[in-house]
Design a binder for this molecule. Structure first.
Ligand code: BDP
Length: 337
């Protein structure tokens, strides 16, 4: 009797163990099934669909789709459909939008150490900037985004920015005196324009055209493709090639959205963004030339600035008033090859 009882107990134990294992197996399968569930994520872009940066976003989304076997879809919403940059960044912060490609300028209002990447005359060249972005400093800055609710995903080429206005040719900083110049929604950009003796007006990108047209502002500043694609050149024909800044373009994600993905998926997404860079840079270089030709043909009056010395000198105070973490990065950026 005792033996039969023991045998029964042993059998029960085997059955129970088998059940536990079977269940464990099921859970693992359920986990895999959850991973395999298709995800649709949204990316907000301010530029129109045919702009090189938007095409870069689309390339990024295609690579993600392909490499996830069709499981991860990133829908790109161009033309500020999801809002202007500052509002979009806020939405990314609380998880209502999954990704955005923005300029570092408005992002620095949320994570001020990013000002280190947008100071005037910071980079010696485009190559210098790329070495900074893709090197240790770029990685550290990505990490600096996390406490504010963002995940750094990738960088795109921004070109050099130049001043333009509707009033007069500008050949030296003093020529800007008294002009109302639109800047991005960034304190640093306000400081830069004030340093040059002009009146800074922060304003969303989408409002600049009407601002110029109605005379609320006299000018703005941007790269050749933006000056052309927005048609600002039609209402502000004096363009000064002073190349005061290169403000990196960045793709960020919402930390809330990324927390729903596996680390393997996040790595896949980051690699796709990295691999989309050469494509965007190639299109960028082509568009820069095409935009320059188009605005010239459209009647823009171009002032070249061969000696940037006086412009650089006017920015010294802006450098001096940066906090120590920004100064530290600026110093290290200077040492990058
Ligand atoms: C363009 C950037 C875009 C900014 C815009 C601006 O690509 O992200 O929104 O400048 O000036 O060059 O606001």
């Amino acid at each position: 009797m005792q033996i039969r009882k023991t045998a029964l107990l042993a059998m029960m134990l085997i059955v129970a163990t088998t059940m536990v294992f079977a269940n464990g197996g099921k859970d693992a399968a359920a986990g895999a099934a959850a991973d395999a569930k298709p995800v649709v994520l949204r990316l907000a872009e301010t530029h129109p669909a045919d702009y090189p940066t938007t095409l870069g976003d689309i390339k990024f989304a295609e690579l993600v789709k392909e490499r996830s076997g069709g499981r991860i879809t990133i829908e790109v919403y161009p033309g500020s459909q999801l809002g202007q940059e500052k509002a979009v960044i806020e939405q990314v912060q609380f998880g209502a939008i999954d990704f955005t490609r923005v300029s570092v300028s408005p992002l620095a209002a949320f994570v001020p150490v990013f000002n280190a990447l947008q100071l005037p005359y910071l980079y010696r060249s485009e190559t210098h900037m790329w070495n900074v972005l893709l090197g240790p400093i770029g990685k550290e800055l990505f990490a600096a985004l996390e406490p504010s609710g963002f995940v750094g995903i990738g960088w795109f080429e921004p070109g050099a920015r130049n001043f333009y206005n509707s009033r007069r040719p500008v050949a030296k900083p003093e020529d800007l005196a008294g002009l109302k110049i639109r800047v991005q929604e960034s304190d640093l950009m306000v400081g830069m324009v004030q340093g040059l003796g002009a009146i800074a007006t922060p304003m969303p990108y989408g409002e600049v055209y009407s601002g110029l047209q109605t005379g609320v502002i006299d000018g703005a500043e941007n790269n050749w493709p933006s000056y052309e694609s927005t048609s600002h050149y039609e209402v502000a024909k004096y363009y000064t090639v002073d190349e005061h800044t290169r403000v990196p373009e960045i793709i960020i994600a919402s930390k809330i959205s990324m927390a729903k993905l596996s680390q393997a998926d996040i790595d896949l997404i980051k690699q796709a963004a990295l691999d989309a860079i050469p494509y965007q840079r190639k299109l960028w270089a082509e568009r820069e030339k095409a935009s320059e030709a188009k605005v010239k043909a459209g009647g823009s009056i171009i002032t070249m600035i061969p000696d940037k010395g006086p412009w650089q000198a006017a920015m010294k105070a802006l450098y001096d008033k940066q906090p120590s973490d920004v100064k530290y990065l600026v110093d290290r950026i200077g040492k990058v090859e």
